[in-house]
Design a binder for this molecule. Structure first.
Ligand SMILES: Nc1nc2c(ncn2[C@@H]2O[C@H](COP(=O)(O)OP(=O)(O)OP(=O)(O)O)[C@@H](O)[C@H]2O)c(=O)[nH]1
Ligand SMILES: [Mg+2]
Length: 738
């Protein structure tokens, strides 16, 4: 079979699809689903490559530098020598199928981590032994805790001359507590690294210079005490995972090998034990032992709790109802849309019909693939717990459930809120529609992108996880979809309101030639506050106005806040049929505020007097009179511009806190709090959106990429006087240009 595959690849290298069933079929208890997480550059993709090589899925190991890894197969990833999308890989080891999700480490691509976590059962947290725990590991650690996923630490780069093993272990313990327990330690970390001592098997593994299969020998005398001490710590931690094991441990002061293994597995599953392994992915040292541990100890999908699907709980059981959950959708040249799925229950077979319980479409599963990057291996079926891909589905996307049970819908993956925005426009006018379609397709592949066609800002606003994230999206527009685009400064959705009562009246009169127009409106406006009682009297500039509200309309505004519209006309000075027209005129100015054309909010309007003309008064006259009277009153009511304020949380290593703080203060931030969290400082601040432009890039350069932030809308607040003046000037200049 292998000969045919090699021949196939030689004849048609571009097609990485094995047209015939070449893969062994696996049962649920022979499947392990792991996700590679950790900071960018920690070596996840390189480790994935070594794992595929050790499992014989690939004959030669590629590397990131020569753009030849299985995982980073997209052009954009090779250009940037980092993972941008998550990639599904698999390897076969010790009669097991290990599905490996290689997740991107950069925070801009966090979407790939979140979707991978939704279907992985255990995480391999890859740590760069030169730097210890970095911000990427910190962030992923939080997601893993929220999803209560088991963690195995894989300390990588142990062959690097700048390695610092002690500092690395210290940082892991500092961040993840004493649940992190050594399963291995390196004998000679640094450029000569070739051996580890494993305190699970109590053996030393010495690797040949090219990596690969080790010599397994007894632990040298000078290491025996150290190894025994670590072994005892591991045994104790394993015993703590289960009461009955604890009793065994107290009774016998140790555990049997079976109890030990059971304890480690139990500790993994309840997150009481995070074993630490040692590798050099680049030199393929330690990979085989890690794979062995995964096949022997890591829980298979049927050993984990049932998964929630609305009010149902679904066990990962081969004999259950066929059901699959789509956790990733990607577009690939020559193939089109590929949907990556997990078999959540039952068995999925080629040619099977299932129902998409979101679109309600019947879907034929034409082909099923075991996937390793862009290599797809056709298989006749997949059992509960397995991860695979399929093509040619009609409108199936991420978060969709396909099942024989039409009432089944697994809980959706919740992607993080965006924290970076830009505006985009096509270089050539006629490309709007094409751009819209292309953005939509990108959004299917990456749900952390938000696309907003903002009528208010008259821009296409893109939001995402960072400037890098948006640049990657632009690269796709320019290079894949061939649509020239440019990024623009995104406008800020300011708001306008008033801070004091004001009166104005306006006469609209047009009686020269053709149908005449006449309408006169007198109104008083004031700021609206929830719970205010109906007005009865105003005193403005020494003059008193008695008000009796005859009719009231409360209008909740689509952009937030309210408008209260009172008909206080007495004596029929304006006929009731013209009141809606006046309101229409006022709403036109509420939509395009008198100060900067932004939405206005939280205003009460009393129309208390006016004049009509028996012939010339009509809807348009009073719409215009209402509009202009409102605009005049607005300008007399000490109007203020409001700006959106965001609650920003920045996670920064302590040594960079000062720089980050002063930068925030330079952005008109109001610091709400600081707390230290496991070697990091968490700064919470309220910051105007207008000051957060390109913050991801600024923060990255301030901290060498060692910090992250999140932001979410908090409320609207008046801008400072000088800022209001600048905004008014800018608006006037813009008006003059038009
Ligand atoms: N010396 C040494 N270099 C390594 C090792 N593992 C990875 N590297 C190098 O580290 C760099 C980053 O490796 P990747 O595998 O791309 O790291 P990653 O974690 O996938 O990074 P992201 O995709 O950005 O999250 C590459 O230049 C690798 O060659 C290792 O064990 N030793
Ligand atoms: Mg990578």
């Amino acid at each position: 079979m292998l000969f045919l595959q090699v021949l196939f690849r030689k004849i048609i290298p571009t097609i990485n699809v094995y047209q015939f069933y070449s893969m062994k079929s696996y049962n649920t208890n022979q499947i392990k689903n792991v996700v590679l997480v950790g900071n960018s550059g920690s070596g996840k993709t390189t480790l994935g490559e070594a794992m595929l090589f050790e499992g014989g899925v690939i004959e030669r190991r590629g590397d990131v530098e020569s753009k030849s890894t299985v995982s980073d197969f997209k052009e954009i990833e090779q250009n940037n020598t980092c993972s941008v999308f998550s990639a599904l890989l698999y390897t076969e080891f010790n009669d097991h199928k290990i599905n490996i999700l290689d997740a991107p480490g950069l925070d801009d691509f966090i979407g790939g981590v979140v979707s991978s976590l939704s279907v992985a059962d255990t995480a391999l947290m890859v740590i760069n032994a030169q730097n210890g725990v970095e911000v990427g590991a910190e962030v992923h650690g939080r997601y893993l805790a929220r999803a209560s996923k088991p963690i195995i630490f894989v300390v990588n780069h142990l062959d690097h001359e700048k390695v610092n093993w002690e500092k690395t272990i210290e940082s892991i313990r500092e961040r993840f507590g004493n649940h992190a327990v050594l399963a291995q330690y390196p004998v000679n970390p640094g450029s000569g690294f070739d051996a580890v001592i494993d305190v699970v098997t109590m053996k030393m593994y010495r690797y040949p210079s090219g990596g690969g299969k080790p010599q397994i020998v007894d632990i040298p005398d000078d290491q025996k005490d150290q190894a025994a001490e670590f072994h005892a710590q591991l045994i104790e931690r394993a015993a703590e995972s289960d009461e009955s094991l604890m009793e065994q441990f107290f009774a016998n002061d140790t555990l049997t090998p079976e109890e030990f293994q059971k304890g480690i597995k139990g500790g993994l599953i309840n997150r009481g034990l995070f074993p630490v392994f040692c590798v050099s992915a680049k030199k393929n040292i330690g990979t085989d032992r890690l794979l062995e541990f995964i096949t022997q100890v890591v829980p298979s999908p049927d050993e984990l709790p049932a998964v929630k699907a609305g009010n149902k709980e679904v066990k990962c059981d081969k004999s259950g109802t066929p059901a699959m959950f789509v956790f990733k959708t990607s577009m690939e040249t020559h193939i089109g849309e590929i949907n990556y799925f997990k078999v959540m229950s039952g068995q999925i077979s080629e040619g099977m019909d299932l129902v998409n319980n979101t679109t309600k479409n019947k879907e034929r599963i034409a082909q099923i693939f075991a996937v390793a990057g862009k290599n797809r291996n056709k298989v006749p079926s997949m059992v509960a717990g397995d991860l695979g891909a399929t093509v040619k589905l009609k409108g199936t996307r991420i978060n969709h459930t396909l099942s024989a049970d039409t009432s089944l819908k697994f809980d959706p993956i919740v992607f993080p809120e965006p924290k970076y925005r830009t505006a985009i426009k096509p270089l050539s006018e006629g490309d709007e529609e094409k751009l819209g379609e292309a953005l939509q397709r990108m959004n299917y592949e990456d749900p952390t992108i938000r696309i907003e066609y903002s009528k208010e800002l008259k821009q296409i606003i893109l939001s995402g996880q960072g400037e890098y994230h948006m640049n990657i999206l632009k690269w796709h527009m320019d290079n894949i979809f061939k649509i020239g685009t440019e990024f623009l400064l995104p406008r800020i959705p300011y708001r306008e309101t008033i801070t004091k009562v004001a009166q104005a009246d306006y006469r609209h009169k047009k009686q020269s030639g053709g149908a005449g127009q006449f309408g006169e409106v007198h109104m008083i406006i004031e700021p609206y506050k929830e719970g205010d009682t109906k007005p009865t009297m105003y005193k403005i500039d020494g003059k008193e106005y008695k008000i009796s509200v005859r009719d009231e309309e409360e209008i909740p505004l689509a952009w937030g806040g309210k408008l209260i519209y009172y008909n206080c006309i007495v004596g029929g000075s304006i006929d009731a049929r013209f009141m809606p027209a006046i309101l229409k005129g006022i709403m036109e100015k509420m939509e395009e505020g008198p100060l900067t054309g932004s939405y206005a909010r939280d205003i009460r309007v009393c129309v208390y007097d006016g004049k009509m003309h028996p012939v010339d008064s009509n809807e348009i006259s009073f719409r215009l009179a209402g509009r202009n009277a409102f605009s005049q009153a607005f300008k007399k009511a000490n109007p203020k511009i409001l700006e959106p304020i965001y609650l920003v949380e920045v996670l920064v290593p302590s040594d960079r806190m000062g720089d980050v703080m002063s930068d925030l203060q330079g952005r008109r931030a109001i610091v709400q709090g600081m707390e230290s969290e496991m070697g990091f400082q968490k700064i919470t601040a309220r910051v105007p959106l207008a000051e957060m432009n390109k913050y991801s890039t600024a923060l990255s350069s301030l901290t060498g990429g060692r910090a992250i932030y999140t932001m979410k809308f908090s409320e609207y607040e008046q801008v400072p006087g000088n800022v209001q003046d600048e905004l008014l000037k800018a608006y006037e200049a813009e008006q003059d240009e038009e």
